[in-house]
Design a protein around this ligand. Structure first.
Ligand SMILES: [Zn+2]
Length: 614
């Protein structure tokens, strides 16, 4: 449950709104005079079971408890949330807010450093770096600009002096990982000296770290920023800020192991490539990537050095069956946890992705297209080309493959691999089945339980999910009134999306983050753009219809209570007069109002035309 849900679950809208509006019970709902426009007969309703409110009178406003506070006090969503969280005793944590502005400050220092190193690269002092980058590595001017490649002069305090001159503190530059504080005390000095600088940005393009490549044979060849408040390599992918669009368009993203393996393919026109930085692909990485595509291809260098990197990247430790099993379980957990499909592409022998993409673009395309699902890749490696020569050898092979097969938790998928292995070894499938454990039911993790406990998506949730999945709807949908959304968080997201299609997070503690993730994870049919447009139209229709029905239910409840009050005959008589347009006594004003509204409502409910998209 995220903060928004938690606040909502703790506050009773009837009690809360009832502090401002004098509410009377009307059937299952509550009714009062609208606080947002002047009226004499109550047309403002609170619906406790939905946690929403709506005025069916002149202003037509509506929403949930958050929008109520927003409208009443003229607040932004974030401030309304803060106020209600206080009231509900939910911790939004001032710490989180402070942490965010701290991160912004460190990111500003990082960005200043990136600019400085870029300038050093282009100045006379950067000649050796230019020679290396352009001549030796064959990096183009376009790539140097796109990746903001720079040069850290071989001096102890050049960045140090630059940053201090710009008013940044030593302590903050140390915290950003740019300076090193000598253990013996004394003045901090530059971490990167005499190195080509490759800035590392997060998915939004905010610089969070950098990598430094030695010009010659110095060790280490690559020096990376340490883990800092800004940079967590388990949550960062190099190149993602540049690869997002291409990943979405091509329907897959390729994960490599080094900076050059991103830059080389980029130059060759393959722009859906990102790199992990010396870690295995984590579930966080996979979830980041899933925003763009659910098909992740690990492209690893098959030579021995490369294999070691592949082992890191997929936690694929060739060696003992247990280690392979662990790798397969890790891959299985990542795919299931993030809802992605993990494949492995095997580059031609002796070549790394950088070389393949530049020297033979067709081979690159073919290799990526032929990438195999992770377990299959492992099984193929183990089986090789030869057939077992004896029953004993066959049994040994099955035993080696067993941990991999057991790591596949989906029974259908597992059966498919078993079949393949059985064919290769030329033994019956049942013989293999007998040797492996039954697929384990994955124990539900706390997160899954929380996910299941979430409400089923409402039409407005579905509309937002559609919008997020289908960028082509943008032109059609962005003109819709935000008021279409009753839920405050949905309305907030819609407004944010209108302003920024990518729905950038507002820092780590963005209260909407959980909801965005949930919406992005909702299952939708694989619509074409045209079908998505139609589905959006139908969903909008469903939202409006639901609203009308709600209004009708509220009204008929009112009519019933009037009948109890005045007697059914008197109400019928007054209705008849109102309907004929006859003059009715003052005290029957309410009846007239209601009857006419009831009739109009009946008519509008029967009008079933599709609402046109703006
Ligand atoms: Zn009103």
């Amino acid at each position: 449950m995220d903060v928004v849900d938690e606040v909502k679950s703790r506050l009773d809208p009837v009690e809360y709104i009832g502090r401002v509006v004098n509410l009377q019970r009307a059937g299952r709902n509550f009714r009062g005079l609208c606080p947002f426009h002047n009226e004499r007969t109550p047309s403002f309703y609170v619906f406790p079971d939905r946690g929403t409110w709506r005025c069916f009178g002149a202003c037509g406003e509506g929403g949930d408890i958050f929008t109520f506070v927003q409208k009443r006090e003229g607040l932004q969503f974030r401030d309304a949330l803060r106020e209600l969280a206080d009231l509900a005793g939910v911790q939004l944590s001032r710490e989180a807010t402070q942490k965010r502005s701290r991160r912004e400050h460190l990111a500003a220092i990082m960005s200043a450093a990136v600019e400085y190193y870029q300038r050093c690269f282009r100045e006379a002092g950067g000649q050796a770096a230019q020679d290396y980058v352009y001549q030796k590595r064959g990096i183009t001017e376009a790539a140097v600009s796109a990746f903001r490649i720079g040069w850290a002069p071989d001096e102890w305090r050049s960045l140090h002096d630059y940053l201090l001159g710009r008013g940044y503190s030593e302590a903050d530059a140390v915290a950003a990982g740019l300076l090193i504080e000598p253990e013996s005390g004394g003045q901090p000095y530059d971490r990167f000296r005499g190195r080509i600088i490759i800035p590392i940005a997060d998915e939004r393009g905010v610089f969070v770290a950098m990598g430094g490549r030695a010009l010659g044979d110095e060790e280490p060849k690559y020096l990376n920023s340490p883990q800092t408040e800004l940079f967590d390599k388990g949550r960062t992918l190099f190149g993602l800020d540049l690869a997002g669009d291409a990943a979405r368009e091509s329907g897959s993203v390729v994960v490599v192991e080094g900076y050059m393996d991103v830059i080389g393919p980029w130059q060759a026109g393959f722009r859906n490539v990102v790199a992990t930085m010396g870690t295995s692909l984590t579930e966080h990485h996979a979830k980041l990537l899933r925003r763009y595509t659910s098909r992740i291809v690990l492209a690893m260098d098959p030579d021995s050095a490369g294999m070691a990197a592949a082992e890191r990247a997929g936690e694929l430790l060739l060696g003992s069956p247990e280690q392979m099993g662990r790798a397969a379980r890790h891959a299985n957990a990542v795919s299931l946890g993030a809802g992605v499909e993990l494949r492995v592409a095997q580059m031609p022998a002796g070549k790394d992705p950088d070389e393949v993409a530049r020297e033979d673009p067709k081979a690159w395309t073919r290799t990526i297209e032929q990438a195999r699902p992770f377990p299959e890749f492992l099984l193929m490696r183990l089986m090789g080309d030869g057939r077992p020569e004896s029953p004993l050898e066959a049994r040994r092979m099955v035993d080696r493959m067993r941990p991999i097969l057991e790591a596949v938790t989906d029974p259908v998928e597992r059966a498919m691999y078993v079949q393949r292995v059985a064919r290769h070894l030329d033994i019956p499938e049942t013989a293999i089945m007998d040797r492996i454990r039954r697929p384990m039911q994955r124990a539900p993790r706390p997160r899954d339980i929380a996910a299941e406990a979430r409400r089923t998506p409402s039409p407005e949730d579905m509309l937002l999910a559609l919008i997020l999945r289908h960028p082509s709807l943008r032109l059609k949908v962005r003109g819709l009134p935000a008021d279409l959304f009753s839920s405050g968080i949905n309305r907030e997201l819609f407004l944010r999306w209108v302003a920024d299609e990518d729905l950038a997070m507002e820092g780590e503690d963005d209260p909407a983050a959980g909801h965005i993730q949930w919406l992005r994870g909702l299952r939708l049919p694989p619509y074409s753009d045209e079908e998505a447009r139609k589905a959006a139209g139908q969903t909008i229709h469903a939202i409006l219809k639901e609203r009308l029905l709600q209004r009708q239910a509220a009204l008929s409840e009112d009519v019933a209570s009037l009948e109890r009050e005045l007697g059914a005959n008197r109400v019928a008589e007054l209705s008849e007069m109102a309907w004929r347009g006859a003059l009715i006594p003052d005290d029957a004003d309410r009846v007239a109002h209601m009857v006419i509204e009831d009739l109009e409502l009946g008519l509008s409910l029967h009008r079933r035309e599709e609402p046109r998209l703006a």
